[in-house]
Design a binder for this molecule. Structure first.
Ligand SMILES: [Mg+2]
Length: 209
C-alpha cells in the first residue's frame, strides 16, 4: 500500500482514556463530565456544545493541577509499534485531538509525530477560566483540517489513513480511503473501511502492509 499520510484521533485511540476525564478526576467531577463525554462520543450531543459544557465545569482549576493531570498520559497498547512502522516507511503521522494541547503535545513528541492539532484551555491568573478555543472545536473540524493538510501535501484520499473511535472522527473518515474504527462507538463503524475491536493499535500494521 502506497500510504503517505496517517491521521490519528487522540482520546481512546493513541491515548488510553479521555483527556477531559483526567482533568475531571482531579476535580472530583468525573461522573458528571464522563456522562457528557459519553453522549458526545456516541453522537448523541453536538461536539462543540459538549466541549464547552465540560470545560466550563473546570473553571477555577489551578493551571498547575491541570497540567499535572495531563502529563504522563497512558499510551494505547501498540501505539509505539504502529507509529514506528509507519515512520520507517516515510508516512507522515499526525494527531487530531478534540482534547487539549497540554496532553497531546507531550504524547505526540514522545511518539515522534510530524504534527498535532488540539484545543487550548484558556486560563487567567493561573486558573482555568472555563473557556476553550483551538483547532478541533466542532463536529466537522477533523475533516476540515484533513482537507487542508492533503492540499498542502498535494495528496488525496487514496493515500490517506485515518484512525479513530468516536462521533467526531466521522468527518475525517469521509476524506480517507483507509478508515479504521478502533474499539469504536457504534456510530462511527458504518463509515469505516476496517474495524479493529482488539485494544492493540499494532493490529493496524496488518491492514496497511
Ligand atoms: Mg477518541
Amino acid at each position: 500500500m502506497d500510504l503517505k499520510l496517517a491521521v490519528f484521533d487522540f482520546d481512546s485511540t493513541l491515548m488510553d482514556g479521555e483527556s477531559i476525564g483526567f482533568l475531571a478526576k482531579k476535580m472530583g467531577i468525573e461522573d458528571e463530565v464522563g456522562e457528557i463525554t459519553k453522549k458526545a462520543m456516541a453522537g448523541e450531543m453536538d461536539f462543540f456544545e459538549a466541549l464547552k459544557k465540560r470545560v466550563a465545569l473546570l473553571k477555577g482549576m489551578p493551571v498547575k493541577e491541570a497540567k499535572e493531570a495531563l502529563s504522563n498520559l497512558p499510551l494505547i497498547n501498540g501505539a509505539n509499534k504502529l507509529i514506528d512502522f509507519l515512520k520507517k516507511r516515510g508516512i507522515r503521522c499526525v494527531c487530531f485531538s478534540g482534547g487539549f494541547m497540554w496532553g497531546v503535545e507531550s504524547v505526540s513528541k514522545t511518539l515522534g509525530l510530524d504534527a498535532y492539532f488540539a484545543n487550548i484551555l484558556h486560563h487567567k491568573n493561573d486558573m482555568l477560566s472555563g473557556e476553550v478555543g483551538g483547532y478541533m472545536m466542532f463536529n466537522d473540524s477533523k475533516g476540515v483540517m484533513l482537507k487542508q493538510i492533503q492540499a498542502l501535501m498535494g495528496i488525496d484520499e487514496e493515500v490517506t489513513l485515518c484512525v479513530g473511535d468516536g462521533a467526531n472522527d466521522i468527518s475525517m473518515f469521509e476524506y480517507a480511503k483507509y478508515c479504521v474504527a478502533f474499539c469504536a462507538k457504534d456510530i462511527l463503524k458504518p463509515y469505516a473501511s476496517h474495524i479493529v475491536d482488539t485494544k492493540d493499535l499494532s493490529q493496524i500494521i496488518k491492514i496497511v502492509q
